[in-house]
Design a protein around this ligand. Structure first.
Ligand code: ATP
Length: 137
């Protein structure tokens, strides 16, 4: 069984869409392994998205991700990484397929409701970023 890491981003929390998004996730067959509500700082958000450090939108991304609480979750399912990215849709909601979480709920490429790991290896590293081993059973 594969695992992926998602973050319900600060726009999801502000828009009171935590329940709606979790409903979509569970209906799509993902098991919630663990979850919590937390708030990133500019430092921890920068660390999480360090791979984008040189990108022009990095400052905006860090500001947004630290602008309010978020809800990181570990999800489990066969083919979890790819299936979750299909469920959330393209980064830009304008390009996301009908019925996807970003198409339904996101406002822009920057404020796009959810994060989803892009590989099983990154999922593992990202899970360790938010959760201790004891929390991930
Ligand atoms: P995520 O990693 O959050 O699941 P993704 O893999 O779809 O998103 P990436 O290209 O890895 O997209 O970008 C990471 C995040 O950076 C995006 O989800 C978005 O919040 C932000 N981002 C990407 N491109 C832009 C942009 N052009 N302008 C503003 N923010 C952006």
């Amino acid at each position: 069984m594969e695992r992926t890491l998602t973050i319900l981003k600060p726009d999801c929390v502000r828009k009171q869409l935590i329940g709606a998004v979790i409903d979509k996730i569970e209906r799509a067959g993902f098991r919630i392994v663990t979850m919590k509500k937390t708030k990133l700082t500019t430092e921890t958000a920068g660390e999480f998205y360090a791979v984008h450090r040189e990108r022009p939108f990095f400052g905006e991304l860090v500001e947004f991700m630290s602008s309010g609480p978020c809800v990181p979750m570990i999800l489990e399912k066969e083919n979890a990484v790819a299936d979750f990215r299909e469920l959330i849709g393209a980064t830009d909601p304008a390009e996301a397929a009908e019925g996807t979480i970003r198409k339904l709920y996101a406002d822009s490429k920057g404020e796009n409701i959810v994060h989803g790991s892009d590989s099983a290896e990154n999922a593992c590293n990202e899970a360790a970023f938010f959760f201790s081993t004891e929390e991930t059973v």
